[in-house]
Design a protein around this ligand. Structure first.
Ligand code: AVI
Length: 322
């Protein structure tokens, strides 16, 4: 049961929360996990032993930084290094330090939905790599693609690390990759991290840690609704539930209602009732193999020009050109 008598314009967050909580089945977008608290929880996730993705990519960048830097500077020593979803930039700093030490002429443009993450990143870069030219941009990937589009005079290297692409369904990923492709010139490079299919248990463990950090991350979306939209979700009334389908490579996160409950979100003038065991789907984390990445690239008009992997082949970074 719900009602909406609001006539004033809703923000995108409000609109999406309203649409998701009045749909059947219910859903919320994982892009709203990331406020100051969510950013902090995600940083904790990245240091968890179960969350192998960060270590794998860190090791790939560390071991292959020479080859990767050569690839980035091929044909032109000056370029713009644009990072989509830069976060805390921990992994990127490996490349940034290497590129700066080797006196390559580049500017770093980190893009993130979270202004808080960008502020922290900028501060830490000033301390760690004072010579680095940085120009942070706040916004969603799609919003900032327009800005990227306007950078046409100088070579672009676009980074999309952390298997962030995995938070998009395949059709959304194709649309997104196509949009990036459209903004690229022949020499530009798109460098993307794709978490690979592996033992399903390893994947489930990465998204269902014993300490409950991922649970807190998943529930942060309810906390955000409570604080920003005057909701009254009781987070203990929900289970964090993770599934992984080894056939499709899709990991999914849910919040499952432990009992019949009513939730009111004052700012949306909305009251919903959840049945016992009713789900709110919150996130997908897609896992890939070479075949799927090749298919995505083909669909988006991109070609794979290089790939780098860790020794277990848990994770891969692919470089694309158009
Ligand atoms: C940011 N993104 C790639 C993470 C992932 O693995 O899907 C977010 C995350 N969700 C739960 N743990 C980490």
């Amino acid at each position: 049961m719900h009602k909406n008598t609001r006539t004033i314009t809703m923000s995108q967050f409000e609109e999406e929360v309203y649409a998701g909580l009045t749909a059947n089945p219910k859903y919320l977008s994982s892009k709203y996990f990331y406020d100051a608290k969510g950013d902090k929880i995600f940083q904790d996730i990245m240091t968890m032993p179960e969350y192998y993705l960060t270590d794998c990519e860190y090791n790939i960048l560390e071991h292959h930084k020479e080859d990767i830097s050569a690839l980035f500077s091929e044909g032109s020593n000056s370029f713009n290094l644009i990072e989509l979803g830069a976060g805390d930039g921990k992994k990127t700093k490996i490349l940034l330090k290497y590129l700066a030490e080797h006196k390559l002429d580049f500017k770093y443009l980190p893009i993130d939905i979270s202004q808080n993450a960008l502020d922290q990143l900028e501060k830490s870069l000033q301390n760690e790599i004072p010579s680095l030219k940085t120009e942070p941009l706040q916004g969603t990937y799609l919003e900032t693609l327009e800005t990227i589009n306007s950078i046409r005079d100088i070579k672009k290297v676009i980074l999309f690390l952390g298997s962030n692409v995995g938070n998009l369904l395949h059709p959304q990923a194709v649309t997104f990759l196509k949009q990036v492709q459209a903004s690229m010139k022949a020499d530009d490079i798109f460098f993307v991290g794709f978490d690979q299919k592996k033992n399903p248990q390893t994947i489930l463990d990465a998204y269902n840690d014993e300490a409950g950090i991922t649970e807190a991350f998943n529930k942060n979306i309810l906390v955000r609704i409570n604080t920003e939209l005057k909701g009254d979700f009781v987070t203990d009334n929900f289970l964090h539930w993770e599934t992984y389908d080894p056939e499709t490579g899709t990991a999914k996160s849910f919040l499952v209602s432990k009992k019949e409950q009513t939730v009111t979100i004052k700012e949306l003038d909305l009251t919903i009732t959840l049945k016992p065991w009713e789900t709110i789907h919150t996130e997908i984390s897609q896992k890939y193999d070479d075949e799927v990445v090749s298919w995505l690239a083909k669909e988006a008009g991109l070609k794979i020009v290089a790939q780098f992997s860790d020794e277990n082949k848990y994770y891969k970074n692919y470089a694309f050109k158009k």
